[in-house]
Design a protein around this ligand. Sequence first.
Ligand code: HAM
Length: 432
Amino acid sequence: MAVASGVVAQPLFRAPVGTRDILPPESVRRRRLVSVFADLADRSGFELLESPIFEELGVFQRLGANNDVVTKELFEFFDKGDPPRHLALRPELTASVCRAFAEHRPTVPWKIWYSGPQFRYERPQAGRYRQFDQVGVETLGTDDPYADVEVIGLGVRFYEALGMRQVRLQINSLGDAESRPAYDAALADYLQNRRGELSEQSRVTLERNPLRVLDSKREQDQPVIAAAPVMADFLSGASAEHFVAVKAGLDSLDAAYEVSPRLVRGLDYYTRTTFEFVADALDTAQNAVGGGGRYDGLVEELGGPPTPGIGFALGVDRILLACDAEGAFGGASPPVQVFVVDVAGGLNAAVLCDRLRQAGLGVDRAFGGRSMKAQMKRADRSGASVAVIVGPDEQAAGTATVRDMRPGGGQRQVPEPEVVVAVAEMLAGAAP
Ligand code: HAM
């Protein structure tokens, strides 16, 4: 339609950079993915925690003073309080879970799962967004290595349940408070000695956080990283024993893993067990489809009692990209079973839809009094096995036509009160 003269065209808004609308059918597929995860978590004794999307800034500052997630990537803001509170959108959920634990002091072990959006002001690219979804679990209050095995095993079984075959599990131990200082010092020494060979970015990282240099993917840094001291040589007796038990546990579940001695994670709270799930079907730059580990000091840093913890978060967006690349978890929405075609007008179709849905069937319908032909086309596209047709003749006779849409299917006219039974019988009968 022509815009009337004098009317100013409105700007076309788009979703903010790094965010996107998840439209059907992808939105349906995501919801199904979360329900696969929820089902596994439920059956493993984890309970759902729903925490706020934003927290006091201080909660996230505990993730590491020199960490990019905290220093560069937080979406921070002040509220309208007097004085205003400094808040931030959550970049991940482990800190919120530990804050909730410190606040409510639930009985331990506290096993919870979560799902929802996280926010990081990162440079967007394929598989990296400013708003992305995670599903995850956390077990607080036990440092039993078999809690690590349960958590990691759940991740393994989840990818399997989606039909993914190209996900590798990498594990490492980052040691405990006893073993870590010696390692950190040895690593910093080593990297300082070879500083001149490092990329410019890694030289900057080295000043702030030597461990994170090991995470560099830059070609130039690889020879230096390959010869760097490894944590395994510095583990305390207790940490080494813990790691052996975790590996033995994974072996007993037939969960394949690679020990990756230079695996470091993007957040600073990790101690002892750390792991990452890597999807070989994705580009190496963004191929981590999940990760986690132990964070035995985090609850205490958030004002709670000393409490060990282990968990993971899996990136829903990247998992779905990896599924696409592998041809796994098509996840198309199940078609409706019944489509109601209404060429009579009036309320009969609305009442029939309601009765069929109350009987537990998946039902869709057409609106707007479109032609029989157009409505039958929609019925076809809906994937329904049965169409219920209400035309003027049927309406006058108090009946509806129940038609089997499957190849070679027949149809019959039934009194309206019997439509639900007739549809159920037709659906239950083998396709003719
Ligand atoms: P993370 O490694 O930062 O760990 O994130 C976990 C997963 O979230 C990543 O492996 C990735 O799949 C996904 N992810 C992260 N950033 C983005 C992004 N910008 N766009 C798309 N996907 C992304 C954590 O968040 C920890 N809280 C995990 C944890 C739980 N550790 C212990 N418990």
